[in-house]
Design a protein around this ligand. Structure first.
Ligand SMILES: [Zn+2]
Length: 324
């Protein structure tokens, strides 16, 4: 049973550098006259369209952790030692970055204050979070989002057949994390892959887990995290329809958006130079993120696009992830 953490909440958001708002990225409306007309504005070239695409806001940098403990005998490489986490948080802070919950990160970005913030997520709700991660987050004045499984309170990670059994938080442990300022999100009831779930299982994982967490913490969670990182359009619509504000995936590809946020897996081998590379590569590997839903009708406001907050070119599909 993990020790009860001190009741002092994690550091409140500190002042962070405020970057200027991103320039408008709305594409110019198509010309109604042929491009060859002398009075018509020139059509955007492929190069210009590519540049416009890259000027869109990149998805926020969100790091994905799981267990914080001795990483020995971990075939899934989801365990980071406390010493390594300490160095990783120190690396972030040394570069003017501060780890925060995904909810805080999205709120800050919507207000143009996202510069200098990095999302920190811990999947599965391992009991070691209270003893091993929380003190380090507090020391480095960071917060985080903890995605838990209300259908496995006090259980273990039996969905990982090859890995060592790791105990999961009890309801009291989740309450302790929430009191300490950690955002509590849902990872589903029992860690099921949503694209493989029938309608009943989908509702249980998405909606019932939200109600169960509200019963534990006293507030409905804003965030959902897809088990295994697997997501498709149906799952996105279920999560949005259940009232969540955002959802985390791993590599959602064309589904990337507020309800399929990409995340970078962080492991024991991620020293500073690897974090540097992951940070630099993040905008290149992920599709851009529309920070706000479309506000007017049009090709970008189809029901599917509104549901996913994806781009008009996004097509339904299923993507797999490493763990999640
Ligand atoms: Zn998981």
């Amino acid at each position: 049973m993990p020790a009860e953490p001190a009741s002092a909440p994690l550091a409140s958001p500190a002042a962070t550098p405020v970057p200027p708002p991103s320039p408008s990225t709305a594409p110019a409306p198509p010309s109604a006259t042929p491009a060859s007309s002398p009075s018509a504005p020139p059509r955007a070239s492929a190069t210009e369209r590519s540049r416009a695409r890259w000027r869109r806001p990149a998805p926020p940098w969100v790091l994905m952790y799981h267990s914080v403990a001795d990483p020995a005998e971990d075939p899934y490489r989801i365990t980071v030692s406390p010493a390594r986490l300490d160095r990783q948080l120190n690396w972030l802070r040394g570069r003017g970055l501060r780890g925060v919950s995904v909810g805080e990160l999205l709120t800050a970005r919507s207000a143009g204050r996202g510069g200098g913030l990095v999302g920190l997520t811990f999947d599965d709700g391992y009991a070691d979070f209270l003893d091993n991660a929380l003190p380090l987050l507090r020391r480095h004045e960071c917060t985080a989002t903890l995605f838990v499984l209300p259908g496995r309170l006090g259980g273990d990670n039996e969905w990982d057949p090859l890995g060592p059994r790791k105990p999961l938080l009890t309801a009291a442990g989740i309450q302790a994390a929430a009191r300490a300022g950690v955002e509590i999100g849902s990872h589903g009831m029992r860690h099921l892959s949503l694209p493989d779930a029938d309608e009943n299982a989908l509702r249980t994982e998405v909606s019932d887990s939200r109600a169960a967490l509200a019963g534990i913490t006293g507030r409905h969670p804003e965030g959902y995290c897809y088990a295994y990182g697997t997501v498709d359009q149906r799952a996105i619509e279920a999560v949005r329809g259940a009232g969540y504000r955002y959802a985390c995936a791993i590599d959602p590809g064309p589904l990337t958006g507020r309800y399929a946020l990409p995340r970078a897996h962080i492991g024991e081998n991620d020293a500073g130079w690897r974090l540097h590379l992951k940070r630099r590569l993040h905008p290149l590997r992920r599709r851009p993120l529309r920070t706000e839903p479309p506000s007017s009708a049009g090709p970008a406001s189809t029901p599917a696009a509104r549901a996913a907050h994806t781009f008009p070119s996004a097509a339904p599909g299923t993507t797999g992830g490493r763990r999640g």
